[in-house]
Design a protein around this ligand. Structure first.
Ligand code: NAD
Length: 327
């Protein structure tokens, strides 16, 4: 199968491209190497995808380009059987203007959807986010929970997701939106809590918590995200649906920092700094819908996922750590 992964040089897209190429598919990655974090991580992601293709019957092609370029997107989608649309200005905390989120995350998504409508694809998977929920009315969130995002990022993800669902309903595009809950794992974005906590502890520096650490998160190991995406290659059971994909193993940030500290540098005290306004207080996924429709079951507890990440971090410390510490 020919699979287009937009944003495929990024963290999650890189894992998808690697997995699909390793499974023997012909993978095309579209990515503009946006420099909002160190692009050397993206070069490693691309390398990993190429290696996976070399070891299988699959192939891997990189197209350096922009999802805002409608003609380019049209050409690439025309040749694809399935599309995994991961390209985005990611992250609630980046201080880009709302227009950047809008141009990349909404207009870029419309380019992908238009092309999918015009050429037909077997599946179009849109990477959405738990940030579409905003402040919780109840936890864990199911997909019927009110969506009132509190950041430009969350707002743009909600718009992209709604467009995907409208294209599914009006034009029959086989679109699925997955609401990811804080994803972590090898080659993760350097500016996230787990990579920072691990890096600081291994360097004898206290982990720094934004706010009082009572915020809770479903931290989802990237292998579980992969499993949900892989399942969608082979089933139309979730077409036209939005689904939560989280870990369900909820943890508060102070406990997370404490556990990493206890494991790596027990002598350190935790440090606290100002909270970010756009950070959600709590996020917690009810994944029953994904479980019912595509058999999704998270397999990594936070403890297991963090252990796996730390093992990978130690093995890749030489190249990865400087990029985390400069982020
Ligand atoms: P990432 O930043 O590592 O990956 C996004 C990729 O998109 C990057 O490689 C970037 O260069 C590329 N990109 C950005 N703008 C582009 C453009 N205009 N044209 C082409 N490529 C462009 O982020 P990630 O963590 O891998 O996130 C992947 C997707 O999952 C995103 O859509 C994000 O919104 C979503 N998501 C991620 C998380 C998480 O915790 N990592 C949580 C919820 C949702």
């Amino acid at each position: 199968m020919r699979v287009l992964v937009t944003g495929g040089a990024g963290f999650i897209g890189g894992h998808l491209a690697e997995a699909f190429a390793g499974d023997g598919h012909d993978v095309v990655v579209l990515d503009n190497f946006d420099p909002y974090y160190d692009t050397r991580i993206k070069e490693h992601n691309v390398e990993t995808g190429r290696e996976a293709a070399a070891e299988s019957d699959g192939s891997y092609d990189l197209v350096e380009g922009d999802v805002r370029d409608a003609d380019l997107v049209d050409d690439l989608v025309a040749d694809a059987d399935s599309v995994y649309h991961q390209a985005a200005q990611a992250g609630v905390r980046t201080d880009y203007s709302p227009r950047k989120y809008d141009e990349v995350n909404v207009d870029g998504t419309l380019n992908v959807l238009d092309a999918a409508r015009d050429h037909g694809v077997e599946r179009l998977v849109f990477a959405s986010s738990s940030s579409v929920y905003g402040k919780p009315r109840y936890l864990p969130y199911d997909e019927d929970h009110l969506t009132t995002p509190i950041s430009p990022y969350g707002t743009s993800k909600l718009a992209g997701e709604r467009y995907a669902m409208v294209y599914a309903e009006r034009y029959g595009v086989p679109a699925v939106a997955l609401r990811y809950f804080t994803v972590y794992g090898p080659r993760m974005r350097p500016n996230m809590a787990i990579s920072n906590f691990v890096s600081r502890c291994l360097n004898g520096e206290p982990p720094v918590i934004y706010g009082d650490g009572t915020q809770t998160r479903d931290m989802t190991y990237v292998e579980d995200i992969l499993a949900a995406n892989r399942a969608l290659l082979d089933t139309d059971a979730a077409d036209g649906e939005v689904m939560n994909v989280g870990s369900t193993d909820n943890i508060d940030i102070e406990t997370l920092a404490t556990e990493i500290r206890d494991q790596l540098a027990p002598e350190l005290e935790l440090e606290y700094t100002d909270a970010y306004e756009v950070d959600a207080d709590h996020s917690h996924a009810d994944v029953s819908k994904a479980s019912e429709l595509i058999g999704y079951e998270p397999t990594y507890t936070i403890r297991e996922g963090v252990e796996a990440f730390v093992e990978w971090y130690r093995a890749n410390r030489e190249w990865y750590e400087p990029l985390v510490r400069n982020s």
